[in-house]
Write a protein that binds this ligand. Structure first.
Ligand SMILES: *Cc1c(COP(=O)(O)O)cnc(C)c1O
Length: 814
């Protein structure tokens, strides 16, 4: 492959370079280097090679005056970089040899790298997979986000409960970033707007405060190509002169306060998932990174082209959810107020530049900001939003004269209570393409929250189903399976995941099935080791590993899984001699720090585990473990070791899911509802190779509409009643019998909004089928292989190729 680095990667030179970096960068004698020192030195060697590719990619794009895509995302959940960088550079063998020189395994060396956890969950991880695919497909591309000083909190479990620790991931520096001293933009806040008498003069924003956004770049390597992409993260820095003024007058405390007040913008990631944080600091974060990114885009364009009328021909700006939606108003402000373009021309450009991906239908997760807050923080943007809204509603009124309700529903401003700006509406009006992230989700988008917009602009709404990068989630996470694939179907699947379909006929080959099961067994041993180290619980790698890993959220229904586990426990106690299939239920995931119900569910999982895991009557045939600190690196250990993938959200709530894809790609069988991308996974791997159960989306709606009564189900279902009574009565919290009374009451008396009780029986039936199949290891292996073979379409390369073609209008290398 990479001929230009061939000389560089000759083993002697590689090891010599590592030693040089141990001395010159890390500052340690090679003979005394720790594993972490070696990691840093190897990373430096990779960094140099990446930097070379970077300079070349950048020069090519500038010379070609290439059209670029800029992907704006509040979150990038990257995880570790070293293994991925070495794979892209074709330096894995050299790095392993260098590690051996220092009597260490490469795995141990690599595991000393801290995760870059600049995201909460699926949305942030999607952005990271997209960067990998954009680079791999050779797209001229930039990711833009925030360089949070503190990423996603680290989760520990103490006494069964979640404890949150800060994640100062850059405190000791990271080898992967390049501070760009020269790239900085002012970002302003507050104040008021002056409108000069002369209509020819631009409005003047008299801001009250200003912060400098400084660029820190990370190189994103492409695979099978010399091309790289850039992730540009912004750090907030208080302007130096104001600092100095306070310092000079001796008021150190005021100087420090001022500095904090602005620099706190990029301090911490909000640890919320699927619920917006209604805080002023969050709004400042959103505007901060969006403004800096758009200023950067406009400045680069002007430097390359010297004019703005062709901006939309040269740049696509993508909004990953509504967090950067204020960018629509910001680009208008830059074009109209600062660059003095006429409004109509600026608006035509803006609409052609932006596109937007929606990630949720749940009303409580849709971002809105009080008009009064935007007035306070971004007064000029509020005026611009009002004008966009006015012109939009005038246009919409022509489509449906006299229909005021239609206009009220469409308006960018929700007037039903305290007036609020609907960020999703701003994103839709400002974009030429809007997409959902799975077929079902995109269909529901135009039927529900965007129905009125779809009536106006049907051509704007499309579907692009999510995907995940096979480099990280198969090649890196599962070297055993990757090797088996290479020997069986060749190695092209890394870049052309459709090739996995060639695996299908091998399911009929008994020897191949044995090899496949042996790989799975080894991955389960690795996972069991991790579980023992992280929880001190010993689990049996021959038991069925039943995995539910994702953010803890009521709609994802970890609690339904717990109910099923308790039912199993009770059934086992009632008939301990029966031939039970041994099972290990594995949970992992973080709960938002303010989400009491989710935290209580974590505690219940641990409390159930504490009872079940030590009950001698079970003979170890049921274990329940909660793996702490779910994140990318923990996921890389869990996914390959899973037999069953739990994807059991209430139908109509999970936009897509990507954990479901990673697990199926690694040979786990899905137990799932008819929701999100589960539906497309079923279509691709075959009905017989997944366990789909429960109410479908229209049935969920009908059940609620008919006046759902969970208490009725409880009273008529003895098995379910016994489960809920045990939990509510303190069977799993003997030291505090009432601990879970409230949780059970929320189901029985609180309406059970996510319909756990309605789906309970169907779920248990699906689990019984899982048990029956697992007894026949050979039949199981066939289905697991069919899952891997059917997952070719779920590569983020396919996803990004669709965005490039249908949204961004960019040619790809494919
Ligand atoms: C893939 C992934 C997610 C998303 O999981 P879902 O099951 O789709 O919610 C969340 N967190 C991490 C660390 C991931 O790797």
């Amino acid at each position: 492959m990479n001929t230009s680095t061939a000389a560089l990667t000759a083993p002697d030179r590689f090891e010599a370079q590592v030693d040089r970096h141990l001395l010159s960068t890390v500052g340690v004698a090679p003979a005394d280097a720790s594993q972490s020192d070696i990691m840093h030195a190897v990373a430096q060697v990779a960094r140099e090679a990446l930097s070379r590719r970077w300079v070349a990619s950048d020069a090519t794009d500038r010379k070609a005056r290439a059209r670029r895509v800029c992907y704006l995302s509040m979150e990038f959940l990257i995880g570790r970089t070293l293994g991925n960088a070495l794979a892209a550079l074709d330096m894995q063998g050299d790095a392993a040899a260098a590690a051996r020189q220092h009597a260490a395994s490469f795995e141990d060396v690599a595991s000393t790298e801290l995760d870059a956890a600049l995201g909460n969950g699926g949305l942030g991880r999607l952005a990271a997979c997209f960067l990998d695919s954009m680079a791999t497909l050779g797209l001229p591309s930039f990711g833009y986000g925030i360089r949070y000083e503190y990423g996603m909190f680290a989760q520990a479990i103490a006494g069964g409960r979640q404890v949150e620790h800060p994640d100062p991931w850059v405190e000791d520096g990271t080898p992967w970033e390049f501070p760009r001293q020269a790239v900085a933009y002012p970002v302003r806040f507050g104040g008021w707007v002056e409108h000069p008498e002369s209509p020819a003069a631009a409005p003047v924003w008299r801001h009250a405060g200003q912060v400098s956004a400084k660029a820190y770049d990370m190189v994103i390597p492409g695979h099978g190509t010399q091309r790289v992409s850039t992730l540009r993260l912004w750090k907030a820095v208080a302007p130096a002169q104001i600092d100095l003024h306070a310092f000079n007058s001796g008021d150190y405390q005021r100087a420090a306060e001022y500095k904090n007040q602005f620099e706190n913008i990029s301090w911490v990631l909000y640890p919320n998932d699927s619920t917006p944080a209604g805080r002023e600091l969050r709004l400042r974060q959103e505007y901060f990174f969006t403004s800096a990114s758009i200023q950067d885009i406009v400045a680069r364009h002007l430097a390359e082209h010297g004019r703005l009328d062709n901006l939309a021909e040269q740049v696509a700006i993508h909004l990953n959810d509504t967090h950067p939606a204020i960018g629509v108003a910001e680009l208008m402000r830059l074009l109209v107020d600062e660059q003095r373009l006429p409004w109509a021309e600026a608006w035509a450009i803006t609409q052609q530049v932006f596109s937007y991906t929606n990630h949720t239908l749940m009303p409580e997760a849709l971002e809105t900001w009080p008009v009064s807050l935007i007035q306070h923080v971004l007064p000029r943007h509020l005026e611009i939003i009002f004008r966009i809204n006015h012109e939009f509603l005038v246009m919409a009124a022509k489509a449906r004269p006299g229909d005021d309700a239609f206009l009220r529903r469409l308006s960018l401003i929700d007037e039903s209570g305290e007036r609020r700006v609907r960020m999703a509406h701003l994103a839709v009006v400002g974009s030429h393409k809007i997409n959902g992230v799975s077929a079902l989700h995109s269909k529901l988008l135009v039927e529900t929250i965007f129905a009125d917009f779809a009536a106006l602009w049907p051509e704007r709404f499309i579907n692009i189903t999510n995907g995940v990068t096979p480099r990280r989630w198969l090649a890196q996470a599962n070297p055993g399976l990757a090797g088996l694939l290479d020997r069986t179907i060749g190695s092209d699947w890394r870049l052309h995941l459709e090739q996995l379909s060639r695996l299908a006929p091998h399911a009929e080959d008994a020897a191949f099935r044995q090899e496949f099961l042996a790989v799975k067994r080894a991955n389960k041993v690795r996972l069991a080791d991790h579980i023992r180290t992280a929880t001190r619980i010993v689990v049996d790698p021959d038991s069925l590993f039943d995995v539910q890993v994702k953010r803890i959220h009521e709609y994802k229904r970890q609690l339904l899984n717990v109910l099923q586990i308790v039912a199993r426990y009770q059934a086992m106690l009632a008939d301990p001699e029966a031939d039970w299939v041994p099972r290990t239920a594995i949970f992992a995931g973080k709960a938002a720090s303010s989400y009491a119900m989710a935290k209580n569910i974590i505690r219940l999982i641990n409390d159930v585990g504490a009872v079940v895991n030590h009950d001698p009557r079970l003979g170890g045939r049921l274990k329940v473990v909660f793996v702490p600190n779910y994140g990318v690196s923990v996921a890389e250990v869990i996914m390959p070791g899973a037999d069953v993938s739990e994807q059991i959200s209430t139908a109509g709530t999970e936009a897509s899911g990507t954990g479901n894809m990673k697990l199926a790609m690694n040979g786990a069988l899905t137990v799932g509802t008819d929701d999100g991308a589960n539906i497309e996974i079923r279509e691709n791997v075959g009905d017989d190779n997944v366990f789909i159960f429960g109410l479908k989306t229209p049935e969920v709606e009908a059940t609620r509409a008919a006046g759902y009564q969970p208490l009725r189900i409880y009273e008529s279902n003895t098995k379910l009643k016994a489960v809920l009574d045990a939990i509510a009565g303190g069977s799993f919290s003997p030291d505090e019998p009432a601990r879970y009374r409230g949780l059970v009451d929320s189901l029985l008396w609180g309406g059970d909004h996510y319909l756990l009780l309605a789906d309970f029986d169907a779920y248990c039936e699906a689990q019984a089928k899982v048990d029956a199949l697992y007894r026949d290891r050979d039949a199981w292996a066939r289905k697991a292989i069919a899952n891997v073979a059917g997952m070719g379409t779920f590569s983020s390369d396919r996803t990004i190729a669709e965005y490039a073609r249908e949204v961004w209008k960019l040619p790809t290398d494919r």
